[in-house]
Design a protein around this ligand. Structure first.
Ligand code: 5RP
Length: 218
């Protein structure tokens, strides 16, 4: 099985966590593309969704799935999203698809965060995947300098403007031994909108697509 088949497997497994009549938070990315397709098969059973990006909103609407504006909710029961890396504490690097800020808002609001990944995303230590940071454009030099101070190699993500009108830098060369501390430190820098470390609020469950079936870690 290739990685896309494993993503699809994890995406379909997430349907088991959806209660009839509920609002489902929906992440962003290629794994979520498969999830949205799967969700469309039970769209009449759910009340609707809230979405973490304009691209997911468009896909959901294409499938005839109701999308509510997040501003009307202060909490939701369930959030389904993927990750770029996830460790055994269910802490993640996210933001490969530039949707990290909205994803973090929904993750914070969710009572239950189910992460769906293919097996390549499971790691011992976070940081091999470059850490995305959404920043206010004028802060690029300052935030980049601060990332170099902690041993990172920041790179501006060309031709990407987030749904919030900001830019992304990807920080290479990090070995993130204390994800909660690093999340706090980077989030505290002026100009940072969101760091793509989901550590203080990690996932509650991860469904990992593997060639022998779904592996679940809670
Ligand atoms: C988007 C994300 C995605 O969850 C992450 O990039 C994984 O994407 P994919 O499912 O395409 O591998 O955080 O901002």
């Amino acid at each position: 099985m290739n990685l896309n088949q494993l993503k699809k497997q994890a995406a379909w497994a997430a349907l088991d966590y959806i209660y009839p009549g509920s609002i489902v938070g929906v992440g962003t990315g290629t794994t979520i593309f498969y999830f949205i397709k799967a969700l469309s098969t039970i769209k009449n059973l759910i009340c609707g969704t809230v979405s973490s990006s304009n691209s997911s909103t468009a896909l959901l609407k294409e499938q005839g799935i109701q999308v509510f504006n997040l501003k009307h909710f202060s909490s939701i029961a369930l959030y389904i999203d993927s990750a770029d890396e996830i460790n055994h504490h269910l802490q993640m690097i996210k933001g490969g698809g530039a949707a990290l800020t909205r994803e973090k808002i929904i993750a914070a609001m969710a009572q239950n965060f189910i992460c769906i990944v293919d097996k390549s995303k499971k790691v011992d230590v976070l940081g091999n995947f470059p850490l995305p940071i959404e920043i206010i454009p004028m802060a690029i030099s300052y935030v980049s300098k601060e990332m170099i101070k902690i041993g990172g190699k920041p790179k501006y993500r060309k031709n990407v403007i987030t749904d919030n009108g900001n830019i992304i830098i990807d920080v290479y060369n990090l070995c993130i031994k204390d994800p909660i501390l690093m999340e706090k430190k980077i989030n505290a820098l002026p100009g940072v909108v969101t760091v793509g470390l989901f550590a203080s609020r990690g996932a509650d469950t991860v469904l990992i697509g593997t060639k022998t079936g779904i592996k679940t870690i809670k």
